[in-house]
Write a protein that binds this ligand. Structure first.
Ligand code: CP
Length: 310
């Protein structure tokens, strides 16, 4: 693979390989005594056409820890605002001889479009409702470390599945690694062909939670709900909010996850999100840096004359 545009198309052993590579960076991040600058001399451009806190910063930190020259392009301050097209923007970045591009865009498929036009590896940092592959990898790594395995883990993904690239990439990664995936959403926020993805759909959150090993909560993506039904925060929390009472239906040691940003008091109560033993939300962020270091390293290997990937 030259690019990482999605989890789709990756074999289970390739996903596990990326997780193993990321595992190696966790200790390096905690103890930065002898930094490994293997990306020194390479230019990494992070082109973000949509807002981000975690993904942008962790890609920037990941690149810098590996010694790359990292440049961020924020669409709001770029010539995109003057009407420049996506392709022209991509060709401009390509002409600057970037060695790796990290792209976030509000349109599904935009990252693939750019990947087909440029000479360097492209990493998808989230494209519309399509995929967010590094998020799924960091989630899988968090589950593997905290639960010991992904195989046969009952993972409940609850919330706005329809608009969620995080849900889509997680479903692809977790089913590939043989987890039992349940998805739960109001009917208006459930993708129509969800049962073709090898998951079990639920409308009743209480039923979905029975025996869960992992509960992954999603935000209502109101910015993507053009004209559709938007539930009120109060009614949404009543049926789909993760409260301490609801969490009691899952296994006693079930893990609570959220990709962020959270809407506290809507899809998740603060006492659950901040639970010292059950919540893995800050660990997910830590895993994000390690996973992005692994992806940047692996995808630039060919350019660095190191044996390539898969
Ligand atoms: N989880 C995630 O993608 O967060 P950001 O939108 O802050 O990058």
């Amino acid at each position: 693979h030259r690019h990482l545009t999605g989890i789709e198309g990756l074999q289970p052993h390739e996903i596990s390989f990326l997780l193993d590579e990321a595992e190696g960076w966790i200790a390096a991040n905690r103890d930065r005594a002898a930094p490994d600058k293997r990306l020194a001399g390479l230019t990494q451009i992070n082109a973000f056409f949509e807002n981000s806190t975690r993904t942008l910063l962790s890609f920037e930190i990941a690149g810098k820890r590996l010694g790359a020259d990292v440049v961020n392009m924020h669409a709001a301050q770029s010539s995109v605002k003057k009407g420049e097209t996506l392709i022209d923007t991509a060709m401009t970045l390509n002409a600057m001889r970037a060695d790796v591009l990290v792209i976030r865009h509000m349109s599904s498929g935009a990252v693939r479009l750019i990947a087909d036009k440029v000479d360097c590896p492209v990493l998808n940092a989230g494209d519309g409702r399509h995929e967010h592959p590094t998020q799924a990898l960091l989630d899988a790594l968090t589950i593997r470390r905290r639960r010991g395995t992904i195989h046969n883990q009952r993972v409940v993904i609850c919330g706005d599945v329809l608009h969620s690239r995080v849900a889509r990439s997680n479903i692809l990664a977790l089913t590939a690694l043989a987890a039992e995936v349940r998805v739960c959403a109001p009917s208006t926020l459930m993708p129509p062909a969800i049962d073709r993805m090898g998951v079990t759909p639920f409308a009743d959150f209480d039923a979905a939670l029975e025996g869960a090993d992992v509960v992954m909560m999603l935000r209502l993506q109101t910015e993507r709900m053009s004209g559709g039904y938007v539930p009120s925060s109060r009614e949404y929390r009543l049926r789909y909010g993760l409260t301490p009472e609801r969490l009691a239906r899952a296994k006693p040691d079930a893990l609570v996850m959220h990709p962020g940003p959270m809407n506290r008091g809507v899809e998740i109560d603060s006492s659950v999100a901040d639970h010292p033993e059950r919540s893995a939300i800050t660990e997910q962020v830590e895993m994000g840096v390690a996973v992005r270091m692994a992806c940047l390293d692996v995808l630039t290997r060919r350019a660095r004359g190191v044996e390539g990937w898969a």
